[in-house]
Design a protein around this ligand. Structure first.
Ligand SMILES: [Zn+2]
Ligand SMILES: [Zn+2]
Length: 127
């Protein structure tokens, strides 16, 4: 995978990532649900060193101690999650990417908080 490109809905924030993501995961925790308004969140975890914001700078909201959630101040799109537990990483929302169809989640996290009506079938998953 070469360069990944993404943007918020209005285009005020545009970024690119060199190289492949470290991981891609669906998070089912209540915090992410509230932060996005969506039933679950798919994150693309990358090394901060590989990220370049080509246009704009995301605004930051500290949703809990040691956690920064960024968003576009113009259109409100959630952009990324940064936590003290992963000091070198930034976790982007998959829906921002130009080729989100190529970014297939490999795992589910906080499954205990998953909404009971949600049943996830991951492409290529055999169990
Ligand atoms: Zn925007
Ligand atoms: Zn979460």
């Amino acid at each position: 995978m070469a360069t990944l490109k993404g943007s918020c809905q209005c285009g005020a924030i545009q970024f690119q990532i060199e190289g492949a993501p470290k991981w891609i995961a669906n998070c089912h925790c209540l915090d992410c649900r509230r932060a996005t308004g969506a039933a679950f969140s798919t994150y693309v975890g990358v090394e901060m060193a590989n990220v370049k914001f080509a246009t704009g700078t995301p605004s930051i909201y500290s949703s809990s101690k040691g956690v920064k959630r960024s968003f576009c101040a113009d259109c409100g799109s959630p952009i990324a999650y940064q936590g003290e537990r992963w000091p070198t990483e930034i976790h982007f929302f998959v829906g921002l990417f130009e080729r989100a169809e190529d970014l297939v989640p490999q795992e589910q996290v906080y499954e205990a908080e998953k909404l009971p009506w949600l049943h996830i079938v991951v492409e290529g998953d055999v169990d």
